[in-house]
Ligand binder design. Structure first.
Ligand code: KIV
Length: 272
């Protein structure tokens, strides 16, 4: 009997299509830094996303509009070094794909050289040709519809999208356009479960939901949100898998107490 345990094969964009056909759900989580990437490298997670939410989560900005190509490239490079075994998607930041095809391809070049293996682009109307050019350059593109945080000011806040027949039909049409343009998957954010189900049924490419109900082909969450690092943030779609903030706070407070009470370092933690 062999005791050899084989390392799972690194997934590619094609695998996610196969998973949809096999009705095997897809798991995705955000990651922005080397330390967490090393932890995630040792998990079963299918796909990592260097989301432009890093502008908010890691830099404290009020929205994702403050993410820049350079910021995205820096985080992408760190995650790619920490989790080289995971399929890595990076967000094209605000306006980077709206200034024409050539400037968009400059950003694509920067992010792919930083270590991304696919790029996520919000919306579709008005930048169809740019998406097509990126796909034709050999880069897997993930669409993103529904609540698209780069349009937050136009949407009037973080609100559920696709309510009502007209909006739902527009979402379905956009999703079909993304499929036609060659996207390998589509993120659906904050849409009613029924819309998530209908779009997932109509597309041959996988849908990855966040607040889009149980019928999408996969799910994505922001890592720090699911770990409970910001327990005050409790949107309906979020499940906390850890009490991260209190766990870290309690550990740091125990260390602080140990320093004050001279319990740290002990003799065994000191050099002779
Ligand atoms: O930037 C991000 O974290 C995202 C996910 C919420 C899908 O786009």
């Amino acid at each position: 009997m062999s005791t050899h345990t084989s390392t799972p094969r690194k997934l590619s964009a094609l695998d996610f299509n196969r998973m949809k056909k096999e009705k095997r759900k897809i798991s995705m989580v955000t990651c922005y830094d080397f330390a967490y990437a090393r932890v995630l490298a040792d998990t079963e997670i299918d796909m990592l996303l260097v989301g432009d939410s890093c502008a908010m989560v890691m830099h404290g900005h009020p929205s994702t509009l403050l993410a820049t190509p350079e910021m995205m490239a820096t985080h992408t490079a760190a995650v790619s070094r920490g989790a080289p075994n995971k399929f890595l998607v990076t967000d094209m930041p605000f306006l980077s794909f709206r200034k024409g095809i050539a400037p968009a391809l400059e950003c694509v070049d920067l992010l792919m050289k930083a270590g991304a293996e696919a790029l996520k682009i919000e919306g579709v109307r008005g930048h169809e040709e740019t998406i097509r050019a990126i796909v034709e350059s050999g880069v897997p593109v993930q669409g993103h519809l529904g609540l698209t945080p780069q349009s937050i000011h136009q949407m009037g806040g973080f609100k559920v999208q696709g309510r009502g027949a007209e909006q739902a039909q527009a979402l379905l049409e956009d999703a079909l356009t993304l499929e036609r343009l060659g996207c390998f998957s589509v993120v659906l954010e904050c849409v009613p479960s029924e819309i998530g189900r209908q779009i997932s049924e109509k597309l041959t490419i996988p849908t990855i939901g966040i607040g889009a109900g149980p019928s999408t082909d996969g799910q994505v969450l922001v890592l720090q949100d699911m770990l409970g690092m910001n327990p005050d943030f409790q949107p309906k779609f979020l499940r906390h898998y850890f009490t991260g903030k209190s766990a870290v706070r309690d550990a740091v407070n125990r260390y602080h107490e140990d320093v004050l009470k001279e319990r740290f370092p002990s003799a065994s933690e000191s050099y002779l």
